[in-house]
Design a binder for this molecule. Structure first.
Ligand code: PHE
Ligand code: ZN
Ligand code: ZN
Ligand code: ZN
Length: 292
């Protein structure tokens, strides 16, 4: 018997024996996809398949830009607003979202920015980079060329933090996980920003797994900071940064426990400062960024 859960109000498992295990799916109402009643006898094992598309929802990007600075050379920084359905997404990516908001509200008038600075909060990242992809696709040729750099901040307060920077200049660590930082200016500025708060950062894969993906595809120089997700911290990294070797950077990655207590405040604070350094540096000077 195939069945679909049409309303599931808690995190109960979706395997059940019909009519025999009350409490396994206590708040699920079960119906056949054709609308009929389940014909199976009580006690018949069924596999309940959670419907993944229950309804269509509208998601939005939120974009704000300084009134000052050259709008033909825009420094853009982004984080995503949404989470996976399984959890509240406080590290992923409430951390990047909050960091960006704090930096935006604290940006002062001195020194004046040379470039306009654009802050972007993306919708529907977890659904496949939807918000950032639509945004980049919607740019005119002139608008696309006007974006000098894109800085991405997705997961910047992991509880067993790595200090990882990425950009697209170097192929040396792509597909190999964390390694020595590359020599690209974007990555270098972020690595320097972390060095200023006493942290020796490493480089990490530049695999397009977050909202910078559509930007690099459009030929816009991109980079960002990341404190790690489901992968394990190595022994060398634990020696360098503290924390626990052989344990995930974020054991609550994409889970219900990704709540406020899941954010490491020290790692978060350091990353906010390094992000602010990066945004400030490129807002004042595009030295090292090739003109397009
Ligand atoms: N984008 C991933 C997520 O939201 C996490 C991630 C961030 C991966 C940064 C790589 C780099 O689940
Ligand atoms: Zn995620
Ligand atoms: Zn994310
Ligand atoms: Zn690099």
């Amino acid at each position: 018997a195939a069945a679909v859960i049409v309303a599931n109000t808690d995190d109960t498992p979706i395997q059940a024996t019909l009519g025999e295990t009350p409490g396994v799916v206590p708040s699920a109402s079960v119906t056949r996809t054709d609308g009929g009643r389940l014909a199976a006898r009580a006690g018949t094992p069924v596999t309940l398949t959670l419907a993944t598309t229950i309804r269509q929802i509208t998601s939005r990007n939120v974009v704000a830009q300084t009134r000052t600075g050259d709008p033909a050379k825009v420094v853009t920084a982004g984080a995503h607003l949404d989470s996976v359905p399984e959890g509240p997404g406080i590290n992923d990516d409430g951390s990047g979202t909050a960091a960006l908001l704090e930096i935006a509200t604290r940006m002062g008038a001195s020194p004046p920015v040379g470039q306009a600075v654009r802050f972007a909060w993306w919708g529907a990242e977890e659904a496949g980079l939807v918000g950032s992809t639509k945004y980049v696709e919607g740019l005119s040729e002139a608008d696309r060329r006007a974006i000098a750099v894109y800085l991405n901040f997705d997961m910047v307060g992991s509880p067993n933090p790595g200090y990882l920077a990425y950009d697209g200049d170097n192929s040396d660590n792509v597909g190999e996980g964390p390694g020595p930082p590359g020599s690209g200016v974007l990555e270098q500025v972020l690595v320097d920003g972390l060095a200023a708060v006493g942290v020796r950062a490493q480089g990490t894969d530049f695999d397009g797994r977050s909202d910078y993906g559509p930007f690099i595809e459009a030929g816009i120089p991109s980079g960002g900071l990341f404190t790690g997700a489901e992968e394990n911290k190595t022994a060398e990294q634990a020696q360098l940064w503290g924390g626990e070797a052989g344990r995930a950077y974020d054991p609550c990655y994409h889970q219900r426990c990704d709540r406020v207590s899941n954010v490491d405040q020290v790692a978060f604070d350091r990353n906010v400062k390094a992000m602010a350094t990066g945004i400030g540096r490129f807002g004042v000077s595009l030295d090292g960024i090739p003109p397009r």
